[in-house]
Structure formats: structure tokens, C-alpha cells
Design a protein around this ligand. Structure first.
Ligand code: UGA
Length: 439
């Protein structure tokens, strides 16, 4: 099939390459010339394991190209909308201007029988509104919503082998046409027996926000337990292991620590609350306010813990921060808990040095006032305390004996419950973590 993908950020760039891998002829459209140039030159504009290899492989087929000119989307049977929906400044609601602009720009090239497919995370009700606009301007053109569940760090795998497909289809006979087109797009995925949920626009939109809200709630639940563990001397890691053995609960997304950040979970739960308010159903989601508050409290608690191990004062203390990205295997620093903590420490007088295997360049751009190092050893040279805030495998694998030789004080704060506590304490470190007794 001929496919266009409008918006070539994380979601769109990976989607465009993945659709080419599935056998289609794809044009990726983005307004950012630098991004288009990088992608056209087979260079990933962001860090994502496996993406550059996929990009090189799919560009080499000659069936994938990138452009800033949306008119090149003309002739495609299916047009994916993959632009961002950030939080509005000063409000909880999502900013839909990029989605609206993307759909508007497609109106100029759309033909009857073609399908616009929204993948961006949007407030429920958006698809119905956009479908009306599309149908009005280009009679016979259709719109479906097909949310995306990819995780950064696993974007290629999640796009090529998703754990489910969700089709939010227009009502009436148009549903059959839209479903046929989507089934054709995802033919190899469908043939593999991937679970498919076929539904209406509103349900599809809500599936995405409900999924992210559930994940955020699960993380904040275990972090609330961590607060109680801190008050009682219990151990949140063992607690998570024990309750996680119950299959109804499950151990995944039950890692206590610094909590969630990134470009999705925080803004999605807020946009969901804002939308519920508009719909007069705000009470249904007031618990998400608590989820958000628990999450933000963990960052403050981490700063307090750092002060505690530095004998009550952060003034002039040298602190090494391992991790700047909001999660490992990503260079994304949007709402990064690690950088939030690093900045708070610095504002309170500490001398902070941050390192990260992939995110230093992005972090330096957004937080130029922090000091950066290329390696953990460099960051930790002469440090009074080391804080592990993003659990990259490189940091998990640090040898506490060798690492102990570069610091001034062997104090480690494990913000992700990711280090081997016994190994570090055996090497002479004072080990502290959120939700666990001092080691
Ligand atoms: C999230 C969802 O997991 C994806 O399914 C969804 O498609 C995506 O948002 C999106 O809406 O596009 P992502 O933002 O890549 O994906 O990151 P997650 O893996 O969900 O992690 C989010 C945050 O939670 C990270 O800061 C991570 O460190 C934290 N986390 C995760 C915990 O604190 N504890 C855990 O047990 C798991």
C-alpha cells in the first residue's frame, strides 16, 4: 500500500520505518527540516535502540522517503497522524494544535476512499470532531483512531510486534471500509494472531489514556507503599516481589523509586483529568490527582534523603547524579525525575555533576546551569554522595569496589532500587534507597 505518516518524532519516524518493513511504500512528512534531513540520511534524530538499523534497512529498499512537503502525501491510501499532544502551558489539558494542523494539511491532498488514521494520544471526542471535518471537506474520505502503545527504548519491537491492535472506526458502513484498509496495513501483524479490538472512536481514544493512567497508578501505588515502608522499616522491594507473585497483580510496573516521568504518563493523566472535568465526570478521575502528587513527592523525598546522608546539609556537597534521561535506553529528558532532582539539589547549594550514556546533550540544552560529565567515574570524582536516578544497565553493572576508589565518601542513594544492595554494602558503601532500610 501507499502510506503517508505526518509527524516524524518518536512515534512517527519509527512508525514510518516499521510500515516500510511490513512491505508498504511510505512517505514521512515533518515540518522540521533538520529532522527530515537526518532521517533521509539514515540518521536517527533521537536515541532508540535498533531504530537506526531499521531506518537504514528500510531506506535501502527505496520504498521510504521523508519530506517537509505534505503534498507528497497525495496518492497514499492511508495517512497516519503521529504528531505530539503536549500539555498546554499553565493548564492540565492537552494542546491539540499539532493534531489539528496535521489534519488540516492533509485536507489538501485527501481523496474520497482514503483513510486518515490518528495515532496521537488525544482527549476523548477529538476523533469524532476530526472525522466530521474530514467528511465535510472531502466527502468519502474517512477517519479512524488507532492508538499506539510503544514504549521508548522498545519502540521498534513494540511497533513491529505490538501486543494488541485497537481500531476506533467510524459508525455505519464506513466501518467496513476503514477496517479493511487497516487490516491491509497491518496484514503481517494480523496474520500472526495479534489480538485486535475493533471499536468506536471514543473507546479507542480512551483505551490509550486509560492504559497510561493504569500504569501511572500502578507505579504510584507501589511508591505510596514505599512511603509506608519508610515509616515502618518494611522493605518495598520484597513487598513488590511478594504481591507481584499474585498473577492478578503482576510484578511489572511495580518498581518503587523516583517515579514516572517522560513525555507521556505525566501529561496524559493530567489531560485525562481535564477532559473528565469538561465532560462533567471529574469525580471519576480525582484519584489521578493523588497519583500525580505521590509521584512528585518521591522527587522531594530523594532530595531530603540526599541531605540526610550528607549529614544534614547540601551546601557545598559534591553530588554525582547517574542518569539524566527519564528512563534507561532513551535520550528523552522530558519531565525527567532525574534532572528534576539534580536541579533541586543544585538550587539547594550542592555541587552537582550529572552523567548519562545518551541524554547529556539534551540535558545540557535544557539545563545548562548543571555540570555534566561523560562517565560515571568522572561525575563521581571526589563526590560526597552518588545518586543513581536512571537505571541504565551500565550503572547497574558498576563495580562498587573500583567505583569506591574515585569518590570522597562511599555513600550511594539508589533512586531506582536497581543496585545490588548487599554487593555495595559489602564494598563499604552506605546504601540508601526509597522505601528500604539503610544498608
Ligand atoms: C509509556 C507507556 O508505557 C507506553 O505503553 C505508551 O505507549 C507511551 O507511554 C506513550 O503514551 O506513548 P514510556 O513513556 O516510553 O511509555 O515509558 P514507560 O516505560 O511507561 O515509563 C514511564 C516512567 O515510569 C519512567 O520514568 C520509568 O522510569 C517509570 N517507571 C516505570 C517506574 O518508576 N516504575 C516502574 O515500575 C516502571
Amino acid at each position: 500500500m501507499e502510506i503517508s505518516v505526518v509527524g516524524c518524532g518518536y512515534l512517527g519516524a519509527v512508525h514510518a520505518a516499521a510500515m516500510t518493513e511490513l512491505g508498504h511504500e511510505v512517505v514521512g512528512v515533518d515540518v522540521d527540516e533538520a529532522k527530515v534531513a537526518a532521517l533521509s540520511g539514515a540518521r536517527a534524530p533521537f536515541y532508540e535502540p535498533g531504530f537506526e538499523a531499521l531506518l537504514q534497512r528500510t531506506l535501502a529498499t527505496g520504498r521510504l522517503r521523508f519530506t517537509t512537503d505534505v503534498t507528497e502525501a497525495a496518492g497514499a491510501q492511508v495517512h497516519f497522524v503521529c504528531v505530539g499532544t503536549p500539555q498546554k502551558y499553565g493548564e492540565y489539558a492537552a494542546d491539540l494544535r499539532y493534531v489539528e494542523a496535521a489534519v488540516e494539511s492533509l485536507l489538501g491532498v485527501l481523496e474520497p476512499g482514503e483513510l486518515v488514521v490518528g495515532k496521537s494520544t488525544v482527549p476523548v471526542g477529538t476523533a469524532a470532531r476530526l472525522a466530521e471535518l474530514v467528511g465535510e471537506k472531502v466527502p468519502g474520505a474517512l477517519l479512524a483512531w488507532n492508538p499506539e502503545f510503544l514504549r521508548e527504548g522498545f519502540a521498534v519491537q513494540d511497533t513491529l510486534c505490538p501486543d494488541r491492535l485497537v481500531y476506533g472506526l467510524p459508525a455505519g458502513p464506513d466501518a467496513v471500509t476503514a477496517q479493511r484498509l487497516l487490516d491491509e496495513v497491518y496484514a503481517p501483524v494480523v496474520a500472526r494472531g495479534t489480538p485486535k479490538v475493533v471499536t468506536d472512536h471514543a473507546t479507542a481514544e480512551m483505551v490509550k489514556t486509560a492504559a497510561n493512567s493504569f500504569l501511572a497508578t500502578k507505579i504510584s501505588f507501589i511508591n505510596a507503599m514505599a512511603e509506608l515502608c519508610e515509616a515502618t522499616g518494611a522493605d518495598v522491594v520484597l513487598l513488590a516481589d511478594a504481591i507481584g507473585h499474585d498473577e492478578r497483580i503482576g510484578r511489572r510496573f511495580l518498581n518503587a523509586g523516583l517515579g514516572f516521568g517522560g513525555g507521556c504518563l505525566p501529561k496524559d493523566i493530567r489531560a485525562f483529568m481535564a477532559r473528565a472535568g469538561e465532560l462533567g465526570a471529574d469525580q471519576a478521575l480525582t484519584f489521578l490527582k493523588e497519583v500525580d502528587a505521590i509521584n512528585m513527592r518521591r522527587r522531594t523525598r530523594m532530595v531530603e534523603l540526599a541531605r540526610e546522608v550528607c549529614d544534614g546539609s547540601l551546601l557545598g556537597r559534591r553530588i554525582a547524579v547517574l542518569g539524566a534521561a527519564f528512563k534507561p535506553d532513551s535520550d528523552d529528558i522530558r519531565d525527567s525525575p532525574a534532572l528534576n532532582v539534580a536541579a533541586q539539589l543544585q538550587l539547594q547549594g550542592a555541587v552537582v555533576r550529572v552523567t548519562d550514556p545518551a541524554a547529556v546533550a539534551n540535558a545540557r540544552r535544557s539545563w545548562p546551569q548543571l555540570d555534566y560529565a561523560d562517565t560515571p567515574e568522572e561525575a563521581a570524582a571526589g563526590a560526597d554522595a552518588v545518586l543513581l536516578l536512571t537505571e541504565w544497565s551500565q550503572y547497574r553493572a558498576l563495580d562498587p569496589h573500583a567505583f569506591g576508589r574515585v569518590v570522597a565518601q562511599k555513600r550511594v542513594l539508589d533512586g531506582r532500587n536497581a543496585l545490588d544492595r548487599d554487593g555495595w554494602t559489602a564494598a563499604g558503601w552506605t546504601y540508601r534507597a526509597l522505601g528500604r532500610r539503610a544498608g
